[in-house]
Structure formats: C-alpha cells, structure tokens
Design a protein around this ligand. Structure first.
Ligand SMILES: Cc1cc2nc3c(=O)[nH]c(=O)nc-3n(C[C@H](O)[C@H](O)[C@H](O)COP(=O)(O)OP(=O)(O)OC[C@H]3O[C@@H](n4cnc5c(N)ncnc54)[C@H](O)[C@@H]3O)c2cc1C
Length: 416
C-alpha cells in the first residue's frame, strides 16, 4: 500500500505520525517496530528504489534477537553466506595463514549471520512495505519545529513541519534521521559532520568484479603496511566483492563526492601493488557500483533535538572496522521504538532510548582498534605481529565470548 498526499485515512487519524528519513537498515527496522506499536509511519528515501550492493555484513549477538523477534530469522538464515575460510596473503601473494571465518570475525558458528547488505535491506523492506508509506526519490528539504503549520495555525511544540525536495509539505509528530553516516537530518539539526566524525585513518573502495580467480565461498585478504586488498566470493557464482583499503593520515576530502577523483586516488595508491591488485584496479575503473568512503565513526553527545531523533549510522556509526554497523542499526531501531512505545512523551522516550542504548553503542564502537589491528596494520612491525598472531589462530577454536556484541538484553516490547 502506498499512500500519497496530505490526507490521512480514518484508521490513522488518532495515530501518532512519524517520518523516517532513509530506507536501508535502521529505517525499515524502525518502521516495522513503530508500526507494531501503533504509529502511522512514512519513510522517505532519496534513492529511486531500495539500494542493493555493499559488502556482506554481520548480524550478531543482540541484533540476532531483534531479527528473531521481527520474524525474519528464517529468511536471513536462507540468505546466510557460509564462508568456508579466510586466507591472508603476504605482499608477493604467498599464504600467511588460512583460518575458519569465525576465528577472524569473532563469530559463533550456527548463531551469527552473514548476509549481503542488499539481502538484509530487501528482507526488512518486505516486512513493512504493505503497512508503511514509502516515498522514494525524495528527501527532506526543510524541517521546521517552530510552530505555525501550513494553514497558519499556531501549533508550537506539537509537531514538525516538513518540506520535501519534491515540494510536497506534510506535518508529523516526530521525525527520525536514519539517513546514514553522512546524515542530512543530523546536519540540519546539529550542524556540520566534522564535529561528530572521528576519522579512523583509512579510505576504501568497494565494487563488484568478475570471479576470474576461481574463488568459492571464501575471503582472501592481501596486505602490505597501510594497504589491503580483499576478494570476497559469496558463493560459487561468477561475481566477487572487491575491497581496496588504504591508510591516510588525513581524510581525502577532495575525493569524497567525486567518483573520478576516487578512481584516480585508488589507482595511484595501489599503482605498484602485487598479487591480483592490478586486475582489481582495472575492474574498479569499469565498475558501475563503486562505493567509496573513509572509515570513520559518528560520536554525538545527544541523539535528539526537540521532536527529531537519530538512529543507526546517523547517530553512532561504528565503522566497518568493528563489523557492527548493521547490528547497531537493528538494535538501535528496536530500542528507539521500544522507548516511544513505552513513553507517550517523546522527550522522555528519547531520554530512555539514549540511556538504555548508549553503553552498548560505546562498547561496540570501541571494537574498532581490534578490527584495524587485525585486518589493516599500517606498519611493517604491526603487520608482522598480526601475521604471527594469525599463524597461532589456525589451530585455535572459534571465539565464543563476545561481550560487546551481546552486551544488551532487549526489553520485551510493550513493557518498560
Ligand atoms: C548502498 C550502500 C552500500 C553500503 N555498503 C557497505 C559496506 O560495504 N560495508 C559496510 O560496512 N557498510 C556499508 N554500508 C553502510 C551500512 O549499511 C550501515 O553501516 C549500517 O547497515 C547502518 O545502516 P543505516 O540504515 O543506519 O545507514 P545506511 O545503510 O547508510 O542507510 C542510509 C539510507 O539513507 C538514505 N539517505 C541518505 N541521505 C538521505 C536523505 N537526505 N534523504 C533520504 N534518504 C537518504 C541512503 O540512500 C540509505 O538508503 C552501505 C550502505 C549503503 C546505503
């Protein structure tokens, strides 16, 4: 069901209305829980359709319980990528170590999920698309919490008046920014990203390329100090997820919004690299799904202002180095919806959301140092230490203790 225009149907007149900006992971998950809690939900997404693509992502610990409660665990299990091994290569392409995927990711076999990001987004969207209004190819242009509504009536403190890029205007009781690391909602409310962005010293390019190397259900990672190239064969099919990551003391800001500059920068950085990297750089030049960004975290003193609140990467991106971006998005969506279902007053709800979620976020953001040390050492000495550690891992069982991933016990929905 897709509703458009200013009118509301009878069944929604008494419902509290929420606009969510962003239809990736946190947006649709939040939409599901808010709909269940009796809200009338609208989701606006700037892309013309649900965005696929991206590297496979993990769902672990507490987040697994969120998707179980959403009823999508069986579908996610079907989409689960059962990687067999993770092989580390030295500069010349020789093998350093080959370990079970769980030994590196800290996952627990049979409990954690690894799925294509696009599959997760599609599954979440499918659970809500009939119950929630989706507005694709549009975005919030102006958020106004100051008072006068479009008919000139004073409704100070009662809602948010939204003007969309398309020109349509609507009022909502609450607005949620689920629009990712570079959130426009955050910028509109709290100011420029630089204040909240903690750059972690790397830039990366992700794209798909033909599987001409015969890889099958495995990840191969090549390292030199400060540079890494990874190929991820999700199945036995003919496509690979390629990943080129490099250390930079300062973020390459000039390239962030310029795909040509991104391709040039990556090609220059990896110009004299060995192994399959020249083939990867060639494939990147032709790729139509290049995703380039810096590795970074969002850290904010508060996640809400008035009737507008942030969720997922917009509020607390942990960076791919933690492997926890999607899990935090799922747990954050659940906790925000739970708080809004429990507290009629949005100020109390937003305070509860922060109070109950912040420690979990902090613990998971703190995983970053472990991730960068394992996957992307920046000095020869650190790389040697990492390799020594990996050779030891070959005979170690998979990790079973993951306090950060599972550190939050979800409250029951509908109960404080
Ligand atoms: C196409 C894509 C590929 C990705 N690939 C990877 C990857 O390979 N590895 C990784 O670790 N993480 C990747 N991510 C990020 C990952 O999805 C998030 O870290 C995590 O899942 C948290 O999700 P989120 O929903 O909070 O934010 P995101 O997944 O970033 O989603 C934000 C959504 O908001 C939309 N949006 C942005 N601005 C606006 C706006 N102004 N108005 C309306 N909508 C807007 C975006 O199009 C997107 O759909 C990718 C994200 C996307 C969108």
């Amino acid at each position: 069901m897709t509703r458009t225009g200013l009118s509301m149907d009878v069944s929604t007149t008494t419902k509290r209305t929420v606009l969510i900006s962003g239809a990736s992971i946190s947006g649709p998950a939040l939409a599901y829980w808010l709909h269940r809690a009796g809200f009338a939900v609208t989701v606006v997404e700037k892309a013309g359709a649900l965005r696929g693509g991206g590297y496979p992502i993990d769902i672990r610990g507490t987040a697994t319980e969120v998707v179980r409660r959403m009823g999508v665990l069986p579908r996610l299990r079907d989409a689960h990528i059962d990687s067999r091994r993770f092989t580390f290569l030295a500069a010349g392409g020789s093998e350093v170590a080959s370990v079970g995927a769980g030994a590196v990711a800290g996952s627990v076999e049979g409990q954690d999920l690894e799925v294509r990001r696009g599959d997760l987004a599609t599954i979440l969207y499918a659970t809500v698309r009939d119950d929630v209004e989706f507005l694709f190819n549009d975005s919030i242009d102006v958020l106004d919490q100051s008072g006068q509504d479009q008919s000139g009536q004073d409704r100070s403190g009662q809602g948010v008046d939204v003007t969309f890029r398309s020109g349509r205007r609507r009022s909502f009781d609450l607005v949620v920014g689920a629009d990712g690391m570079h959130s426009q909602t955050r910028e509109a409310l709290f100011g420029p990203e630089e204040q909240f962005h903690r750059y972690l010293g790397y830039a990366f390019a992700i794209f798909t390329m033909p599987n001409t190397f015969g890889l099958s259900r495995e990840v191969v990672l090549w390292n030199t100090p400060g540079k890494a190239a990874a190929l991820y064969a999700v199945g036995d099919n003919d496509e690979l997820h390629a990943f080129l990551n490099f250390h930079r003391p300062e973020p390459p800001l000039h390239a962030l919004r310029n795909p040509d500059a991104q391709r040039e920068l990556v090609a220059t950085v990896f110009a004299d690299a060995g192994w399959k990297v020249p083939d990867m750089v060639d494939a990147m030049r032709d790729a139509d799904d290049l995703f380039f960004d810096t590795a970074g975290q969002i850290r904010m003193p508060h996640w809400s202002s008035g009737r507008v609140v942030l969720v997922g990467d917009a509020a607390y991106a942990p960076s791919f180095l933690t492997g926890q971006g999607s899990s935090l998005a799922l747990v954050g969506a659940y906790m925000l919806a739970h708080a809004l279902a429990t507290h009629r007053d949005h100020t109390a709800a937003f305070a509860a959301y922060e109070r109950d979620t912040r420690e979990f976020v902090a613990m998971n953001q703190a995983l970053v140092d472990k991730g960068s040390a394992t996957l992307f050492p920046t000095t020869a000495e650190a790389l040697e230490q990492r390799d020594t550690m990996l050779r030891g891992l070959v005979t170690m069982p998979s990790a079973t203790a993951r306090p950060a991933h599972s550190a939050l016990t979800l409250p029951e929905f509908g109960r404080p």
